[in-house]
Design a protein around this ligand. Structure first.
Ligand SMILES: Cc1ncc(COP(=O)(O)O)c(C=O)c1O
Length: 398
């Protein structure tokens, strides 16, 4: 009989979205005439830009002739896309060596798989509330997690505690679920801490394209020294609407060198390369052609149009909370609006209240961690029409 990985038994039941769907299905069954509006999901709704569609078509057409057909590609991604990503960073004054960039099928896989290259006895620091993949992927390996509190008191942006040592630190900015964004000085504090503690920051920049204030860092590498202490994950899911198309990338600078227990110098870039070449056969050529089109002038302009649309939705959501005097976070450099449940309700009670009285579906903060239990997340990813209607209903209700 095989011995199973019993660490999986320590995972909390992943019931957030299934419980939401269950409650909405029950409500719809009882109230078939009511129009329910969903502003809970983190999925995009706008179609891909024309330039990206053209890129995808070029990829498909290449498959039709023997001369241009592509079989297995490089596991790390095609050079044309790695260079396009590097140019994108260069456009934000950040120099990245294309060979430090690993193309993947998305940031969920990479943020989950990165555990493979680190040992089990690291001290792992994860904010609460948080994107659940960081927590669950570490529990799957039997690792102990130290949580750092993200609360209204620290604007949901926890800073390093010099009295606590950590080896691995997960940060996400702009944050899911809170929409909070670290400033340059705050990220510098983390980089300084990591360098001092010989720690590695695992920085998730999946929402960087939503930042419109040029003084806010879109990448951890905006901070000097970060290449010696940080891995960055990014995704085209929210930048370019690739949630269903699937493409992301992870940057593992060659400057990340640490000592093994027997004193050898080990490059994390080499370890990740080994991990990927062993367990991953690369992202499809067709998808990489579409992804490369994202980084053209025309492609990026089309992506930014969609992002502006989502941000305008987020602004419409924020305006109602501002008017009502409800404390909210995010929504400015993020598609997410994170707010305190009115009347001291806990997040599931508020979920039911909103569904029953306004037929609007959001995400209860409890699903992201203990500190989310009195908070709620709405997203700007809906249609304009639905966002306006949902917020008019909420405005009347609360
Ligand atoms: C913070 C964060 N990281 C990563 C992802 C996953 O991105 P991808 O679609 O590239 O797997 C998400 C998706 O919602 C996210 O919110």
């Amino acid at each position: 009989m095989p011995k199973i990985n019993e660490n999986y038994l320590n995972l909390k039941e992943s019931y957030l979205f299934s419980e939401i769907n269950h409650r909405v299905a029950e409500y719809t069954k009882q109230n078939p005439d009511k129009k329910v509006i969903r502003l809970g999901i983190g999925d995009v709704t706008r179609p891909l830009g024309d330039a990206i569609i053209k890129g995808l078509h070029e990829g498909v057409d290449a498959m039709a002739s023997a001369g241009t057909f592509k079989g297995y590609g490089p596991e790390q991604g095609y050079e044309f896309l790695r260079s396009a990503v590097a140019s994108y960073y260069a456009g934000h004054n950040i120099s990245i060596d294309p060979s430090d960039i690993f193309i993947s099928d998305g940031a969920k896989s990479d943020t989950g798989n990165i555990t493979d290259i680190f040992g089990n006895d690291n001290v792992i620091l994860i904010p609460d509330p948080v994107y659940p993949v960081y927590v669950d992927s570490n529990i799957m390996c039997g690792r102990k997690i130290t949580y750092m509190s993200a609360t209204a008191e620290n604007d949901f942006l926890p800073l390093p505690d010099k009295n606590v040592h950590a080896d691995l630190i997960y940060l996400c900015s702009p944050n899911n679920p809170t929409g909070a964004v670290y400033s340059y000085d705050q990220l510098k504090a983390w980089v300084d801490y990591a360098l001092e503690n010989e720690a590695v920051i695992l920085f998730d920049a999946a929402y960087e394209a939503f930042i419109s204030d040029s003084t806010l860092p879109r990448s951890i590498y905006a901070v000097e020294g970060a290449k010696k202490c940080a891995i960055e994950f990014c995704s085209l899911s929210k930048t370019a609407g690739f949630t269903g198309t699937r493409c992301g990338y992870t940057i593992v600078p060659k400057e990340l060198v640490f000592k093994s227990s027997d004193g050898r110098e080990v490059s994390l870039n080499a370890l990740w390369n080994r991990r990927q070449t062993t367990k991953f056969n690369g992202t499809s050529y067709i998808i990489q052609k579409g992804a490369a089109a994202v980084f053209t002038e025309e492609g990026m302009a089309q992506c930014m149009e969609n992002i502006s649309y989502y941000k305008e939705n987020a602004r419409i959501i924020c305006d109602v909370f501002a008017k009502k005097g409800i404390r909210y976070f995010g929504g400015e450099h993020s598609p997410y609006v994170w707010f305190e449940c009115p009347g001291g309700m806990d997040s599931w009670t508020f979920f039911d209240y909103l569904l029953n009285n306004a037929q609007v579906v959001g995400t209860p903060g409890a699903g992201f961690g203990e500190n989310g239990k009195n908070y709620f997340r709405l997203t700007g990813f809906g249609t304009r029409e639905n966002t306006i209607e949902a917020m008019e209903r909420i405005d009347k209700l609360i």
